[in-house]
Design a binder for this molecule. Structure first.
Ligand code: PTT
Ligand code: SF4
Length: 604
C-alpha cells in the first residue's frame, strides 16, 4: 500500500501500489522515481506541488541483515532534478509494519505540523511547539508524547529555513536526503513524521527466509574485515584516502592533509564512547565520540573528510562539534563542508571579505549557525549551495559540484573512473552510486606505483566498472532498501540478496533480474532530469567540476578529451545517445515506453 497525506486538504488516502510498478521498480528508489516521474512535473521544488516520498523496500520491516534503511526523495531544490537519499532508521521498520511501502506527502500546511501514523490511523498534528527546535530535541519530545517504540524522521532549523542542502535526521545522527529533501519537508511546514507499526510483514517462504538470513547474520562476524570495521567503521577511509592522494583538502585544492593523523580512524578510536547503528544490523558502524563541548557526535568518513581536511580544520574534537551541529540543524555535512571550503578559499584569495579562512574554527561555527538560519547576506547566499553561490559571487572555478550537488569526499585529480562516477551519478556528485575509486586504486598504494600506470588511465573498462557498480549500489541496494556496507566492506556475496528477496516475495529473483530493474530505474531517472531541464540538458552536465581539469597539482589533473571519450563509452553501455539521452530502443527494451511519448522530440 501507498499512504498519501495531503497537507493542504488534510486528506489521507491509502491506495494499492500498482502491481506492474512493483514488479518493474521493486521498491525504495525505484518506486520513488516512478512516482516523481508520474506526478511531479515542472514544479518549483519548494512549492506545494512538489511531493515528498518516503519509500521502503521489500527488505524493510523484516529481520534482514542491515535492512533498516529508507529512501527519502523529491524533486531537488538544490539541483532541480531527481533527488534522493538513504537513511537508516526505525521509521523504515515501522512504516512496513504499519502496512505501507511508501508515504507520499503532498501539498503544504499553512502552520507547522507533524504526521503521526499509528498503523491505519493517521493524524496531522500541530508542530507549533516543535518548530525551531533542533532535530535531537524534536525527536526526544515526540518520543515523550508517543513513546519510544516509534520511528521518527525530523528536520531542524535548516530545513525550516529552506537551506537547499537540508537533510532529514533520525536517531540522533542518522541522516538522509543530501539534495535538500529536508528543505522540501520544510517548505511543506512538515516538522516530523512519527510512525508506529505493529503488524507483520508477509514472507512467502518462511523457512528459506529464516535459513538465509540466519546464515548471513552468522557469517558477518566471521569475515576477515569485521574486527577492524567494528573498530573504525567508515573512518578507516581517511588514512587510506590521504595515502592515495584522494583526500579533499582545502576546497579540493590539495590531496594530502598534513594533520590527517589528528582526524583519522585512530584518533576517533581514542575518543570513542559508544557505538550506534541502524535497525537489524549486526555490524553497526556509527562511532560516537565526545566533542570539544563534551557532547556526543556520531562520525563517519564523509563528515570528517569534508568538515576537517576540506576546511583545513585539524583536531577531531573540533570537527565533531561541526558534525553534531550539522545534525542538530539538519544540514548535510558533505555540502556544508564543500560550501565552507569554497568560501574559505574565496576569503583566503581576497575575493570576499568577512568570511572565515581555512582552519578558523570560531568563525566557522558562527557562519554555520547563520547558514542554518539564513541570517545575513553571505549566509543566505551560501544556504543556496555552492553552485548558486559561486554564480552569484562569480567564482564558478572554485565550486565543487556536479549538477548542483556538492562533491563528496573523494578528490579525483588522478581518478578518472571516480570522476565519471560523480559525473553520471543519478543525483549529482555523490559516491553512493559507484565507489569505483577503491577498484581504481587497486591494492597497490601510490607510493609503490607510478601514478600513470595505475590510475591516470581512461580505459573503456573504467566506464564498464562505473555502470556495473551503479547497478549494484545505486540500483539493487537502493531498491531493496538495504545497507550496501555488508557487501562493500566485508564482501558478503550479492547472491544472498537475490536469495533472500526470492524467499520474501515467493518469486524467482536472480541478480540479472535485479540489474535489469536497476538499469530501468537509471534510465527513468535520466529521463526525469531531461524532462525537468527541458531544452537545457546537455552532455556537459555529466562533467565533473572544472577544477579537476584545470588545477595542476605536480602533474596530477584530469584530461578533458579523454574524459569525454570515457563518457561516450559510458553512454554506449547504457544505451543512451551522444547527449546522454536514452534512445527510444533502450526505453522500449526497458519497458519505459511511456517516457518516449512524454519526452517527444528530445529523444527522437
Ligand atoms: C549520505 C551521506 C553520507 S554517506 C554521509 S557519511 W557515509 C553523510 N552523513 C551525514 C550525517 O551523518 N549527518 C549530516 N547532517 N549529514 C550527513 N550527510 C552525509 O550523507 C550512513 C551510512 C553511510 S555513512 C554510508 S557511506 C552508506 N550509505 C548508504 C547508502 O547511501 N545507501 C544504502 N543502501 N546503504 C548505505 N549504507 C551506508 O549508510 P544520503 P545513515 Mg545517509 C550523521 O544520506 O543523502 O544518502 O547521503 O544514512 O543512516 O546516516 O547511514 O561515509
Ligand atoms: Fe547502518 Fe552501518 Fe549497519 Fe549499514 S553497517 S546498516 S550504515 S549501522
Amino acid at each position: 500500500m501507498i499512504l498519501r497525506v495531503n497537507l493542504s486538504t488534510k486528506k489521507v488516502v491509502a491506495e494499492r501500489l500498482n502491481k506492474m510498478d512493483l514488479e518493474n521498480f521493486i521498491g525504495g528508489r525505484g518506486i520513488a522515481a516512478k512516482i516523481l516521474w508520474d506526478e511531479v512535473k515542472h514544479v518549483d521544488p519548494l512549492s506545494e506541488s512538489n511531493k515528498l516520498i518516503i519509500a521502503a523496500g521489500p527488505y524493510n520491516g523484516l529481520r534482514t541483515p542491515s535492512g533498516g534503511k529508507l529512501v527519502v526523495a523529491a524533486k531537488s531544490p538544490l539541483t532541480g532534478g531527481y533527488g534522493d537519499g538513504n537513511i537508516g532508521t526505525m521509521a523504515s521498520v515501522h512504516l512496513r509494519k504499519a502496512g505501507y511501502m511508501a508515504l507520499v506527502v503532498e501539498g503544504a500546511s499553512e502552520k507547522p505540523v507533524y504526521i503521526y501514523i499509528d498503523n491505519e490511523n493517521v493524524s496531522i498534528l500541530s508542530a507549533e511547539g516543535l518548530w525551531g527546535l533542533s532535530t535531537f530535541e524534536t525527536e526526544r519530545k515526540l518520543k515523550d508524547v508517543h513513546g519510544n517504540n516509534v520511528g521518527v524522521l525530523s528536520i531542524g532549523p535548516a530545513g525550516e529555513n529552506l537551506v537547499k542542502y537540508a537533510v532529514i535526521i533520525s536517531q540522533d545522527g542518522r541522516a538522509g536526503g543530501r539534495p535538500g529533501i529536508g528543505a522540501v519537508m520544510g517548505s511543506k511546514k512538515l516538522k516530523a513524521v512519527v510512525i508506529r507499526g505493529t503488524g507483520d510483514v508477509q514472507v512467502r517462504d518462511v523457512e528459506a527466509f529464516k535459513k538465509y538470513t540466519t546464515d548471513v547474520y552468522k557469517m558477518i562476524p566471521t569475515l576477515p574485515a569485521y574486527d577492524f570495521w567494528m573498530r573504525q567503521g567508515t573512518l578507516a577511509t581517511l588514512e587510506w584516502a590521504n595515502k592515495n592522494k584522494a583526500l579533499p583538502v582545502r576546497n579540493f585544492g590539495q590531496v594530502k592533509f598534513e594533520y590527517a593523523r589528528t582526524v583519522d580512524g585512530y584518533s576517533m578510536e581514542a575518543m570513542k564512547v559508544t557505538k550506534r547503528g541502524c535497525p537489524n544490523c549486526n555490524m553497526i558502524c556509527g562511532n560516537v565520540v565526545l566533542d570539544m563541548e563534551g557532547k556526543e557526535s556520531e562520525l563517519d568518513y564523509e563528515n570528517v573528510g569534508m568538515l576537517g581536511p576540506n576546511m583545513g580544520m585539524p583536531f577531531l574534537n573540533k570537527v565533531a562539534v561541526l558534525n553534531r551541529l550539522a545534525d542538530e540543524y539538519g544540514i548535510d555535512t558533505i555540502s556544508l563542508g564543500a560550501v565552507m571550503g569554497f568560501i574559505m578559499e574565496a576569503s583566503e584569495k581576497g575575493y570576499v571579505k568577512g568570511a572565515p579562512k581555512f582552519g578558523d574554527y570560531d568563525n566557522t561555527i558562527e557562519l554555520v549557525r547563520k547558514i542554518a538560519y539564513r541570517d545575513g547576506e553571505l549566509a543566505n547566499i551560501l544556504a543556496d549551495g555552492v553552485k548558486e553561490a559561486s554564480e552569484k559571487l562569480n567564482l564558478q572555478h572554485l565550486a565543487m559540484h556536479v549538477k548542483g550537488l556538492e562533491v563528496s569526499a573523494y578528490n579525483c585529480y588522478i581518478y578518472p573512473a571516480m570522476a565519471l562516477a560523480y559525473g553520471t551519478s543519478a543525483i549529482g556528485a555523490h559516491h553512493k552510486e559507484a565507489w569505483v575509486i577503491a577498484w581504481e586504486i587497486g591494492s597497490t598504494p601510490l607510493e609503490e606505483a607510478t601514478t600513470s600506470e595505475y590510475v591516470m588511465t581512461y580505459t573503456p573498462e573504467k566506464a564498464r566498472k562505473v555502470v556495473e557498480q551503479q547497478r549494484i549500489r545505486g540500483g539493487l541496494f537502493e531498491m531493496l532498501t538495504a545497507c550496501r556496507l555488508p557487501w562493500v566492506e566485508l564482501g558478503v556475496d550479492l547472491e544472498w540478496y537475490a536469495k533472500i528477496l526470492s524467499a520474501i516475495t515467493g518469486e524467482q529473483y536472480t541478480l540479472d533480474r535485479l540489474y535489469e530493474a536497476a538499469d530501468r530505474v537509471y534510465s527513468l531517472i535520466r529521463c526525469y532530469w531531461i524532462r525537468e531541464y527541458r531544452g537545457k540538458w546537455n552532455r556537459h552536465m555529466d562533467y565533473p567540476p572544472q577544477r579537476w581539469f584545470e588545477n595542476d597539482i605536480n602533474g596530477m589533473k584530469l584530461e578533458r578529451d579523454k574524459y569525454d571519450l570515457l563518457l561516450s563509452e559510458y553512454y554506449k553501455l547504457r544505451g543512451w545517445d551522444s547527449n546522454g539521452v536514452p534512445t527510444p530502443e533502450t526505453l522500449r527494451r526497458q519497458k519505459l515506453d511511456f517516457a518516449i511519448e512524454e519526452l517527444g522530440d528530445i529523444i527522437r
